[in-house]
Design a protein around this ligand. Structure first.
Ligand code: HEM
Length: 385
């Protein structure tokens, strides 16, 4: 049960859970404090995991931007940040619109939102940017789905269980890593105009990235570049379908499309959870958190904090301000945010253009990804006429 979907807001924004040995953070100001202070709240959380669990992740940590701290984080992020600036991303709009159009050409009077549009669109876009064949997307989906289906419960107390579960996830991500390793080796022999070649050729402080760094960095881009955006596209259609008044407003006034995307990010935050490790004792939400604690920061809950958002459990595309933090904030702020927003805008506009009567199938309701760290529609059958 995911409480942020039920809308009961915990009394305490910061809570230690003795059953798991983890600190849960649910509040918006507290999330803000954590994300703004990478020195006290380090992204290198693996050092606090039980050794046998950390061992499972070892192979993926080198070059993994998400788990790095300054200054290494900044060096690596700089290598690809130019590929995701709002200007560069804006130039991708015609290609994204073309792809979305082609995908929708293939549907009849009904479609399944995730399989027909929300999955293929972002995965093709990120595969083309990286330079790996988009036609292999069936493979990516198989591996990544197996990872998402594997409902990892984070705990520092039942280490056997966590080891078992992370081992499955790691095995699946490992397949993607090996796939990318072959492509990276190919780029070393034969450079091309793509992000993978850029990573292979990049230099940080005078030396090339290691093979593991290239592969893990590409892996983060490939995975982060699509699962969350797939979730955003599916969640947005579900939010509009279940809030007919809001749906009518957006249909009548397309200038509300970007606001609908922002509100969907707030209401169903795809990347529900990020984690941090305290490096020293710190005051947070009226509590003293010791050094070396693992903090589970529920972005999805912070985005429903009544101290920050009026009527947080109401989906409202006309909120006067919406400082949602579904993309995080600070130095790790999502690199792909401009791309995800663009894909969301293009896809929603095109759906509304082509299928003004689109609605969910009353006889075949949506299902969700079981992983607690994701808020994501897995399957959403739609009637189009
Ligand atoms: C980081 C969410 C789409 C690439 C993040 C973080 C969040 C996030 C919350 C911060 C993690 C942290 O602070 O620990 C999302 C959501 C998306 C989305 C909700 C879609 C709706 C994308 C796309 C790409 C991407 C399309 C790639 C092209 C990344 C990368 C990072 C990141 C590389 C790591 C940045 C860093 O550590 O400096 N994302 N993301 N994301 N995201 Fe996204």
């Amino acid at each position: 049960a995911q409480f942020w979907l039920r809308g009961d807001h915990p009394e305490q924004p910061v809570k230690f859970d003795p059953a798991t040995g983890l600190w849960n953070v649910y509040g918006y100001p507290e999330a803000h404090q954590i994300l703004s202070d990478p020195k006290t709240f380090s992204s290198d959380t693996q050092r606090l995991l039980p050794e046998k669990v950390a061992k499972n992740f070892e192979a993926f940590s080198e070059g993994n931007l998400v788990n790095m701290d300054p200054p290494e984080h900044g060096h690596l992020r700089k290598l690809v940040s130019h590929a995701f600036t709002p200007k560069v991303v804006a130039d991708l709009e015609p290609r994204i619109a073309e792809l979305a159009g082609e995908l929708l050409d293939g549907v009849g009077d009904r479609m399944e939102m995730v399989t027909d549009l929300a999955y293929p669109l972002p995965v093709i876009v990120i595969a083309e940017l990286l330079g790996v064949p988009a036609s292999d997307r069936g493979l990516f989906r198989e591996w990544v789905d197996a990872m998402l289906n594997n409902n990892v419960q984070f705990t520092l107390t039942d280490t056997d269980e966590m080891e078992k579960q992370t081992a499955v996830a790691v095995e699946q991500v490992g397949k993607l890593t090996e796939y990318l390793r072959e492509h990276a080796a190919e780029r070393r022999r034969k450079p091309r105009e793509d992000l993978l070649t850029k990573l292979v050729e990049a230099e940080v402080e005078g030396s090339r990235l290691s093979e593991n760094q290239v592969v893990n960095f590409a892996n983060v881009l490939l995975i982060a570049g699509h699962i969350t955006t797939t979730a955003l596209l599916g969640n947005t259609v579900l939010c509009l379908d279940t809030n007919p008044e809001q749906y009518a407003k957006v249909r009548a006034d397309r200038s509300l499309v970007p606001a609908a995307i922002e509100e969907s990010l707030r209401y169903f935050s795809p990347f529900a959870l990020v984690s941090r490790a305290t490096t020293e004792e710190v005051e947070l939400g009226g509590q003293t958190v010791p050094a070396d604690q693992l903090m589970m920061l529920w972005l999805a809950a912070a985005n429903r904090d009544p101290r920050q958002f009026t009527d947080p459990d109401t989906y409202d595309v006309t909120r006067p301000a919406n400082p949602q933090i579904a993309f995080g904030r600070g130095i790790h702020f999502c690199l792909g945010a401009p791309l995800a927003r663009l894909e969301g805008r293009v896809a929603l506009n095109l759906l509304l253009d082509r299928f003004p009567h689109l609605r969910s199938d009353p006889d075949d309701g949506p299902t969700f990804v079981p992983s607690p760290s994701m808020t994501a529609v897995r399957r959403l059958p739609l009637l189009l006429t």
